[in-house]
Design a binder for this molecule. Structure first.
Ligand code: ADP
Ligand code: ADP
Ligand code: ZN
Ligand code: ZN
Length: 881
C-alpha cells in the first residue's frame, strides 16, 4: 500500500536519517524487487548491471519519474488528473529527492528541422549577435533576431520557404531509359497500372507516336508530354492506333470514355503535395530532385538577413562552418580585437560543404561575397561592446562543445543525422552552460559513441556538473567511469525476473566482495578477453577513391571471411566509410536500389547524399549485405518485437486455430491490433491515448477502455493455453520461450533473442521504446536465424552500445559464430576489449572532421596497437597487455 501523498522533497525528516542521501524505499517499478537503497547526493553515482537488470527502472523509471511527478504537481496543480493517468512510479517513498533533469538517449524519430544550433540554443545567441552587432549595408534598417531564422515566416527565403532546396523534376529523372517507347513505359514517373495506360491512350488520341523510342520524338513533343500545364480532355478509344482513332472520330464513333491528360511533372508534383499515401509519396519523390535554392544558395534566409555580416561572414556561412572554426573566428572579437569583424577576415576560413556542392553543380568556383569594408569600418562604440559581449557568450558556449569532442559539427547540422551519443553530449553541453544548482542529473550511457581518447572530456564534464553542487546519476557500462565514480549501485544479478535486486550500493572498491555481481568480475578480475584468432582472410574487398563527408578519396581494403573492427575518435569518419559508403556501394553492386529508409520529409524528398568511389577486389565473393544498424525497428508503437521478427504471424495463427475462434469465425487478422475488427475502438489498437496540454508537451495515457490491452472484449475472450492475445504480448521473451516451447515457428526466433541477451524484453514492447542497442540486437537475432548460408557481409555500428561487458562477451560469441559460418563481419567499435578480439583492425582518423578521414593504421590488433600517430594505439595496447 502506498502512502496517500509523497513526502515533500525537503521535509525535515530525512535530514535526521542521513543528510545528503536520496532514500528510495519499496521500489517495484518493472522488475525491481521491492528494493530499498540510499544514494548520496552531490556525488557522481554510476548505476551498473547487465542489460535488463533494472538500472533504468531504478534511475529513470523510479527516481527521475518521481522527481518529474513532483515537479508537475508543484507547477501545475490542475495537472493532478493527468499525473494520475500518467501513472505514478511504483515505490513506497523517496526522501531527499532534489528536482531532476534527465539526459536520455534519444528514442524514436526526431524533428527534421532541429539542428545542432537549435538543440544547444546557440542559434538564438548567434541570431541575436547578427541582429544587434552585425554590420548592415548602408540604409538597411536593423533586423530582429527572428529575421535570421529560416524557420520563421519573416526570416525564411521566399523562394524556397526556408528549406534551402527547391524541388523539381527533370526529363532524366522521369525518363530513365529514353530508348523505350511510351508504350514500353518510357515515362517511369507516370502513375502505375490503369492510370498510366489512360495517359498513354490520351496521347494516342492527341496524335503522338507511342511506339517510337522516346529519344527519337521531337523535343517539342517530349517537353509538352512531360512539362505541360494544360489538361486537355479528349475522347479515348481504348486499344486503337492513332490512325484508327482518327477514323473513329471522323465517323463520330462513341469513345470508350473521355480522358483528361496531365503532364508528368504536374502529376508528380501534385501527387507529392497532396497524396495521403506515404507509399505514393515515396514513389513520386524518386523522380524529384532537390537542388540548392538559386535565391539563397542553400542558406535558407531572405536576402536582407544574408546581407548582414559578422566577422565578415553572413549567418548562413557561419552556420555551415565547423564549430572549431567559428570559435577561432570569434575569439579575437570576444577579446576586443575587431580587425576581423571589420576587415572580414576569416572569409577564407573554410570552404563550406554547400560551396563545394555548388561548385560541383555549376562547374565553376563560387565565392562568398567579400564584405564591404567601407560599410563596416564605422563601427559604433555601442556596437563594438555588443559584439564583444555576444561573441564572448558564443565562444564560451562553443568551448564546452569542443571540449566534449563535438567541435567538428556545424550549427546547421540536422539532429536526425547525429548519432544518439552525439546528441546526448550536445544536450549535456547545453546543461553545462545553463548550469543549474542542486538538481539530480540522470544520464543514460553518456559514453556511447565515444572513443576512449574522447572520454576524459566527458569525465571532466560530469565532474563539473557535480562540482557545481549537483547530483550526477549515470546509467553506464564504461568500466573506467565506474572506477571514477564516488558511488556504485549495482543492480542484478541478471536480466528481467532474475534481476531487479540491489547487489551493492557503496564506494566502487567494496563491490569486489560481491560474488554474484557480473560487474565485479569485470571491474576487478579483469576477465581476460579471448585473444584475437587472427583468421586468414579469404579475400579482400577494396573500397577505392571514396568521397563522402570528410573522406576525400580514401582507399580501404576490407578482409573477407574475418571479423574486422573499425576504430577512431568520434567524427573521424568511421560511419561515413563503413556504415554509409560501404553498404551503399555494395548494395548498388548487388543490384539493389540504395537503401532508402529515410522518411520522406513533409516538405520535400530527401536530398540524396551520394558516395563517390567504387568497389574493387573480390567483390563477387560477397553475395549479400546485411546492415545491422541502431535505427529503430519501427517508428510507431504499432511495431514491436513480435511483429518485427515475424513470430507474431505464427502466434495469431495459433489463436485463430482454437475452437472458440473457429466457432466465431475469427481469422488470424482478428488478432492483429492493426485491424479494425479485433482491436479496441477507443485507442484504435494503440493501447494509449495522447492527452494534449496547454503549455506542456502532450503526454500519453493508458487507454481508458482497454487499459492498454489494445484489443476489444470479444477478441480477448479467445484463449490459447489459458492466455489471451494481450497477455501473450505482455510476456517477456524468456516467458514466451517456455510458453511456446512446443511451437517451433514461434520459439526458434525467441531462442535467438534470448541467446543474444534480450530475454527480458516483452513481446509487445513498442518499437519506439527500445533503445538503439536493443534494436540492433533484435535485427541481429532475426538475422542469426537465417544466417546459415554464409558469404554474407555484416556491417554493425557500435554493437556494444547499451551492453554490459558480460553482455558484450555474449554478443562476441555470436559474431564469431557468424564468421565461422563463412560470413564477414565489419563492426565500428569503441570498446577495446571487443577490438582486441577482432582478426583485423582499421583505424580511421587521426582527428575529427577535416582533421580525420584517413586510414591511420590497419592490421592485426597487435600491429595497430603499435602504430604511431594513432589515437587508438595506446588504448588497444593496454587491453592486449
Ligand atoms: P536496464 O536499464 O538494466 O537495462 P531496465 O530497467 O530497462 O534494465 O529493464 C528492467 C526490466 O524491466 C526488464 O525486464 C524490462 O523488460 C522491464 N521493463 C523495462 N521497461 C518496461 C516497461 N515500460 N514496461 C514493463 N516492463 C519494462
Ligand atoms: P564517426 O562515425 O567516426 O563518428 P562520421 O562518419 O559520422 O564520423 O563523421 C565524419 C565527418 O563527417 C564529421 O565531420 C561529421 O560532422 C561529418 N558528417 C557526418 N554525417 C554528416 C551529414 N549527414 N551531413 C554533414 N556532415 C556529416
Ligand atoms: Zn532559398
Ligand atoms: Zn484501447
Amino acid at each position: 500500500t502506498k502512502p496517500s501523498g509523497p513526502a515533500p522533497a525537503h521535509s525535515l525528516g530525512h535530514h535526521a536519517i542521513g543528510s545528503g542521501f536520496v532514500q528510495v524505499r519499496g521500489a517495484r517499478e518493472h522488475n525491481l524487487k521491492d528494493v530499498d537503497v540510499s544514494i548520496p547526493r552531490d556525488a557522481l553515482v554510476v548505476f551498473s548491471g547487465v542489460s535488463g537488470s533494472g538500472k533504468s527502472s531504478l534511475a529513470f523509471g523510479t527516481i527521475y519519474a518521481e522527481a518529474q511527478r513532483r515537479y508537475f504537481e508543484s507547477v501545475a496543480p490542475y495537472a493532478r488528473r493527468l499525473i494520475d493517468q500518467m501513472g505514478v512510479p511504483d515505490v513506497d517513498a523517496i526522501d531527499g529527492l532534489p528536482p531532476a533533469v534527465a539526459l536520455q538517449q534519444q528514442r524514436g524519430a526526431s524533428n527534421a528541422r532541429s539542428s545542432v544550433g537549435s538543440v544547444t540554443t546557440l542559434s538564438s545567441l548567434v541570431r541575436l549577435m547578427y541582429s544587434r552587432a552585425g554590420t548592415y549595408p548602408a540604409q538597411q534598417p536593423m533586423l530582429y533576431a527572428e529575421d535570421f531564422s529560416p524557420n520563421t515566416p519573416q526570416g525564411a527565403c521566399p523562394a524556397c520557404h526556408g528549406l534551402g532546396y527547391v524541388y523539381d523534376v527533370t526529363e532524366a529523372t522521369m525518363v530513365p531509359d529514353p530508348s523505350l517507347s511510351l508504350r514500353e513505359r518510357a515515362i517511369a514517373a507516370w502513375p502505375p497500372a490503369w492510370h498510366g495506360q489512360n495517359l498513354r491512350d490520351i496521347l494516342v488520341t492527341l496524335g503522338y507516336d507511342i511506339d517510337r523510342p522516346w529519344k527519337d520524338l521531337p523535343k517539342k513533343d517530349r517537353d509538352w508530354i512531360l512539362f505541360t500545364e494544360e489538361t486537355p480532355t479528349v475522347p479515348v478509344y481504348a486499344g486503337f492506333t492513332s490512325a484508327e482513332v482518327r477514323a473513329a472520330r471522323r465517323r463520330k464513333m462513341e469513345p470508350s470514355y473521355m480522358g483528361t491528360f496531365t503532364g508528368a511533372r504536374r502529376y508528380v508534383l501534385h501527387t507529392f503535395a497532396h497524396t495521403q499515401s506515404l507509399l505514393m509519396k515515396k514513389r513520386v519523390s524518386r523522380f524529384m530532385q532537390g537542388k540548392l535554392c538559386p535565391a539563397c544558395h542553400g542558406k535558407r534566409l531572405k536576402p536582407e538577413a544574408l546581407s548582414v555580416r559578422f566577422a565578415g561572414l553572413d549567418i548562413g556561412d557561419l552556420s555551415q562552418m565547423p564549430l572549431d572554426q567559428v570559435s577561432a573566428l570569434l575569439e579575437p572579437i570576444a577579446k576586443g580585437d575587431f580587425s576581423a569583424h571589420v576587415a572580414g577576415m576569416g572569409i577564407n576560413g573554410g570552404v563550406t560543404r554547400r560551396d563545394r556542392a555548388e561548385r560541383a553543380a555549376s562547374g565553376r568556383a563560387t565565392h562568398a561575397a567579400a564584405p564591404d569594408v567601407r560599410r563596416t569600418s564605422a563601427l559604433s562604440e555601442e556596437k563594438r561592446l555588443a559584439a564583444q559581449r555576444l561573441a564572448e557568450g558564443v565562444v564560451a558556449r562553443l568551448r564546452t562543445l569542443q571540449h566534449l569532442g563535438l567541435g567538428y559539427l556545424t550549427l546547421e547540422r540536422a539532429t536526425p543525422t547525429l548519432s544518439s551519443g552525439e546528441l546526448q553530449r550536445l544536450r549535456l553541453a547545453t546543461q553545462l552552460s545553463a548550469m543549474l544548482f542542486g538538481v539530480v542529473y540522470v544520464l543514460d550511457e553518456p559514453s556511447a559513441g565515444l572513443h576512449p581518447a574522447d572520454s576524459q572530456a566527458l569525465y571532466d564534464a560530469l565532474d563539473t556538473l557535480r562540482g557545481a553542487g549537483n547530483s550526477v546519476f549515470v546509467v553506464e557500462h564504461d568500466l573506467e567511469l565506474m572506477r571514477r565514480a564516488q558511488w556504485l549501485v549495482d543492480v542484478g544479478p541478471d536480466a528481467g525476473e532474475r534481476g531487479g535486486r540491489i547487489l551493492y550500493s557503496g564506494a566502487p572498491a567494496g563491490l569486489r566482495e560481491i560474488a554474484e555481481s557480473h560487474t565485479a568480475r569485470y571491474l576487478f578480475d579483469e576477465v581476460p578477453a579471448q585473444p584475437s584468432r587472427g583468421r586468414e582472410p579469404s579475400g579482400w574487398l577494396v573500397l577505392k577513391e571514396i568521397r563522402r563527408h570528410n573522406l576525400q578519396g580514401v582507399d580501404a581494403r576490407i578482409p573477407l571471411g574475418v571479423l574486422t573492427a573499425v576504430t577512431g575518435i568520434s567524427g573521424s569518419g568511421k560511419s561515413s566509410l563503413i556504415a554509409q559508403a560501404l553498404p551503399e556501394l555494395m548494395l548498388l553492386h548487388l543490384g539493389h536500389e540504395p537503401e532508402d529508409d529515410s522518411e520522406v520529409a513533409s516538405e520535400g524528398p530527401a536530398v540524396i547524399e551520394t558516395t563517390g568511389g567504387h568497389l574493387a577486389g573480390d567483390v563477387d565473393a560477397v553475395q549479400r549485405l546485411v546492415h545491422v544498424d541502431q535505427k529503430p525497428i519501427g517508428r510507431t508503437p504499432r511495431s514491436n518485437l513480435a511483429t518485427y521478427t515475424g513470430l507474431f504471424d505464427h502466434v495469431r495463427k495459433l489463436f485463430a486455430a482454437t475452437p472458440v475462434a473457429r466457432r466465431r469465425g475469427y481469422g488470424a487478422g482478428r488478432f492483429s491490433f492493426n485491424v479494425a475488427k479485433g482491436r479496441c475502438e477507443t485507442c484504435e489498437g494503440e493501447g494509449f491515448v495522447s492527452v494534449e496540454l496547454l503549455f506542456m508537451p502532450s503526454v500519453y495515457a493508458p487507454c481508458p477502455t482497454c487499459h492498454g490491452a489494445r484489443y476489444n472484449e470479444a477478441t480477448l475472450k479467445v484463449l490459447w493455453k489459458g492466455r489471451n492475445i494481450a497477455q501473450v504480448l505482455q510476456m517477456t521473451v524468456e516467458e514466451a520461450c517456455d510458453f511456446f516451447s512446443e511451437e517451433m515457428a514461434v520459439s526458434r526466433p525467441l531462442q535467438w533473442l534470448r541467446e543474444i541477451g534480450l530475454g527480458y524484453l516483452r513481446l509487445g514492447q513498442p518499437a519506439t521504446e527500445l533503445s538503439g542497442g536493443e534494436a540492433q540486437r533484435i535485427k541481429l537475432a532475426t538475422e542469426l536465424q537465417r544466417s546459415q548460408r554464409g558469404r554474407t557481409l555484416y556491417v554493425l555500428d557500435e554493437p556494444t552500445t547499451g551492453l554490459h561487458a558480460a553482455d558484450a562477451d555474449q554478443l562476441m560469441v555470436q559474431l564469431q559464430r557468424l564468421v565461422d559460418m563463412g560470413n564477414t563481419v565489419v563492426m565500428i567499435e569503441h570498446d577495446m576489449r571487443m577490438v582486441a578480439q577482432a582478426d583485423w583492425v582499421i583505424d580511421i582518423g587521426p582527428g575529427a572532421g577535416a582533421a580525420g578521414g584517413r586510414l591511420v593504421a590497419t592490421g592485426l590488433p597487435q600491429t595497430v596497437a603499435r602504430a604511431s600517430g594513432s589515437r587508438t594505439a595506446s588504448y588497444l595496447a593496454a587491453q592486449l597487455a
